[in-house]
Design a protein around this ligand. Sequence first.
Ligand SMILES: Cc1cc2nc3c(=O)[nH]c(=O)nc-3n(C[C@H](O)[C@H](O)[C@H](O)COP(=O)(O)OP(=O)(O)OC[C@H]3O[C@@H](n4cnc5c(N)ncnc54)[C@H](O)[C@@H]3O)c2cc1C
Length: 447
Amino acid sequence: MPNSISRRAFLASFAGVALPRALRAAGSIFDVDVAIVGAGAAGLSAARESRLLGRSFILIEARDRIGGRVFTETALGAPYDAGAFYIHWAERNPWREEARRLGVEAIDEASLPRGASRFFENGKRSERGRDRRAFWTGVSDMFETETGPVPDVSFVERVRGDADMERGVSGLARMSLGEEPERVSALDYARLWSGDDLVLPDGYGALVRKFGADIPVRLSTPARVVSWGGSGVRVETDAGAFTAAAAIVTVSAGVLAGGAIRFDPPLPAETRAGIAGLGMGALTKVGLSFGGQRFDLPPNSNLWDSQGPRAGFNFECFPFDRNVVIAYLGGDHAREVVGLGERDAIELLLGRFAGMVGSSARKAFAGGRMHGWSADPHALGCYSHALPGEAGARAKLGRPVAEKLFFAGEATAAGDDGSFGAAMTAGGACLAGRAAARAAAGRRATP
Ligand SMILES: Cc1cc2nc3c(=O)[nH]c(=O)nc-3n(C[C@H](O)[C@H](O)[C@H](O)COP(=O)(O)OP(=O)(O)OC[C@H]3O[C@@H](n4cnc5c(N)ncnc54)[C@H](O)[C@@H]3O)c2cc1C
């Protein structure tokens, strides 16, 4: 075990909130009932549910903050969400209820005043972009209204032969899923729930941060090894190791595939097949600040620019009447831009924006921030999708291992019978985290 402090000191550093009951309990076999890896929406929800169920837990997080892929950026002054933004399918999304409970404002997206919508090609006004956007909406509507069986083929295969759909499918895949259309399973996408979208003026990240404020988390503590061969589970970190009757691992499918956590013994073939059947998209947001300059654009305006068939840029301007512009990029184009590094990526996007609104944008530019989730080692992508032919992957990953190792997160928030369609979302992560906590609650540190 890589050990810099004693195990007792490591455990004690949790400030006595969840652990000591197990440590003190006579006859306890493990340090805690549940080890939870990752403090994003799923891990925090698993922790809260465990507490409600009276179970002791340790929650460890690799980053120096909670929230994972739900994060409200404030570095540019005006807050904006660098990760999740919408409370999707709000009618049944648990974050709607949490927002109400915590007194956080959440409003119907459809009630926001609409700004301008302008389309460009290489900085020149063009209506072709508007047509492409319309085709994209057409494909999205097709998926939502489909009633017959959907084949487990790629987006491209699914619409082959319909010229309008073929034109729309790339935009939908890249800008909604962050991935190229030939790499995404149409069946996996068709299973997703739909409904009303809510937005949070102060940020989705701010809501999740508030939700997690009273949950004890050990930050900057990545799990390195999860051993599950014995009677319980042992989690090793750089600061020490601890044992639990069960573990809930909520890191992204990308992080699991990347191998940053070693499982000992190796995971069963079914779990590995689940991980291998999932890809991670590359939706990327770059925030740009221009002080108070607005370039005659009303709040909530959208500018769309393109460069050839594969590179699209969407600039969301002044959401909630705030002084920030957020550029969205998806698919391989996003990966290329992220690969430039933050400084050059910001320079590129500033140039595209100035090409549309005029050179005054360069003069007014006050700073930028890129969140390239595909290169972020603790996410390795924006959210998961099943690869073509792999629509069963989420269910495989979601099946408990030896009744004590549970994988939970947005990647497992859908089944393969079509009844659970919450994958890819923060709402799904919460539901999956809660469900894993209930399943893990059957195992206790004390016999
Ligand atoms: C740009 C973007 C836009 C999005 N838009 C939306 C949206 O509008 N609506 C929506 O609902 N969803 C959206 N999503 C998806 C949503 O953010 C995710 O589905 C959700 O946040 C996933 O939560 P999770 O808990 O499953 O995973 P994560 O948030 O990734 O949590 C896992 C945690 O594990 C930590 N971790 C990683 N490795 C280790 C380790 N070795 N040890 C310990 N901890 C580790 C990570 O740091 C992270 O905090 C968006 C995501 C992105 C990136």
